[in-house]
Write a protein that binds this ligand. Structure first.
Ligand code: NAD
Ligand code: TYD
Length: 358
């Protein structure tokens, strides 16, 4: 188990990273949290409102591909743990513009691995007190048919530029473990849902469109399947893998909670009907469902077998899907200020206000 005295969290202002930092007191108690985030369109410093630079927290705006900055950070801070969330994360964007996915997800991960290698394997530090946790996705395994599950030994078969770039970064992490002995583990998780997700992803997008009475775009026939996990359960799994995982190993994380996309969209419609004022037409939000052209190369089904993580790490998800979805939909309905800032981009001004010019 690493020291956890100083944890570098990359991508800390995104969806999962910000949920992790909010839970850090319980996940990595007593640790100093150093956040590195480029604040791309998906990174919102407002997600970490209430955190201020001090003994236990520091925020640095910067690019994981900037080797000078990353090496400087490893020099300034006694980083013994990296939780690497930073990535371009949206499949549709990766189809429209794959270059940034190759840059951030592959080159950025390479750059962090190099900095960790120089800092941790210089002979002056005990590598057993360090760990690089690479937060990856089940999408590296490709697409399942109607049966079967992804295990840690399923061959990689990525099919989108996003999943190919994540798979590539996973291979680099494994290479650094095997070649240099860098202490590292990889977690491969299924689709997350919860508060603070950028509203380009299915669940927040459909929730907000349903609230506004706009079309709800369902790709293809809506029968693609994802295995949904509440974001806080993912964060707990990451910290448990950090504590109990074996370097060089991969751990699958999933909710054992497979749903078709149409089932998800219908559930959101019903929750918004229950929690928000009715549509002016008096119709159910289900009337807004619109089947649209399918995503190119759309993976049919993802389903994680998390037996290894459950048995070897002792992790179990805590949130059931029904209450988790209700909490999530209600969060987006209750946080109209956050939604407005994210939508019109004015959340960028928050950074200027907090850290202007730095
Ligand atoms: P996100 O898109 O919400 O957040 C990504 C964060 O990384 C943002 O804050 C962004 O500003 C930052 N970032 C992007 N490029 C950067 C760069 N070059 N340098 C520094 N920071 C940069 O993503 P998320 O949904 O929170 O996902 C986090 C990680 O978890 C990703 O690695 C993703 O592959 C993985 N993952 C996500 C899911 C999911 O369902 N969201 C599931 C499994 C794994
Ligand atoms: P998404 O949230 O983009 O996650 P991922 O592609 O990483 O699984 O999409 C989840 C599923 O929902 C996926 O099968 C694509 C589908 N989808 C829609 O049907 N309509 C949409 O508008 C979006 C964004 C996604």
């Amino acid at each position: 188990m690493p020291g956890n005295k100083c944890v570098l969290v990359t991508g800390a202002c995104g969806f999962i990273g910000s949920n992790f930092v909010k839970m850090a007191d319980q996940l990595v108690p007593g640790a100093r949290i150093v956040c590195l985030d480029k604040l791309t369109y998906a990174g919102n410093l407002e997600n970490l409102a209430g955190f201020e630079d001090g003994d236990n927290f520091r925020f640095v705006k910067g690019d994981i591909c900037d080797d000078v900055l990353v090496n400087k950070l490893f020099g300034e801070e006694a980083i013994d743990t990296v939780i690497h969330f930073a990535a371009e994360s949206h499949v549709d964007r990766s189809i429209d513009g794959p270059a940034e996915f190759v840059r951030t997800n592959i080159m950025g991960t390479f750059n962090l691995l190099e900095a960790a290698r120089k800092s941790w394997l210089d002979g002056k530090r005990d590598p057993a007190t360090c760990c690089f946790v690479h937060v990856s996705t089940d999408e590296v395994y490709g697409s399942l048919g109607d049966t079967g599950y992804f295990t840690e030994t399923t061959p990689y078969d990525p099919r989108s530029p996003y999943s190919a770039s994540k798979a590539s970064s996973d291979h680099l992490v494994n290479a650094y473990f095997h070649t240099y002995g860098l202490p590292a583990i990889i977690t491969n998780c299924s689709n997350n849902y919860g508060p603070y997700q950028f509203p380009e992803k299915l669940i927040p997008l459909v929730t907000l469109n349903a609230l506004d009475g706009k079309d709800l775009p369902v790709y293809g026939d809506g029968m693609n399947v994802r295995d949904w996990l509440f974001v806080e359960d993912h964060c707990t799994a990451i910290s448990e893998c950090l504590k109990k995982g074996v370097n060089g190993e991969g751990y699958n994380i999933g909710g054992n909670n497979e749903r078709t996309n149409i089932e998800i969209v219908e559930k959101i419609c019903d929750l918004v009907d229950e929690l928000a004022p009715p549509l002016p037409s008096g119709e159910s939000r289900r009337s807004l469902i619109t089947f649209v052209t399918d995503r190119p190369g759309h993976d049919k089904r993802y389903a994680i077998d998390a037996t290894k993580t459950r048995t070897e790490i002792g992790w179990e998800p805590q949130m059931d899907f029904g209450p988790g979805m209700k909490l999530t939909v209600k969060w987006y309905l209750d946080n109209s200020g956050w939604v407005a800032n994210v939508r019109d981009g004015s959340y960028k001004e928050y950074y200027e206000k907090m850290y202007g010019g730095r």
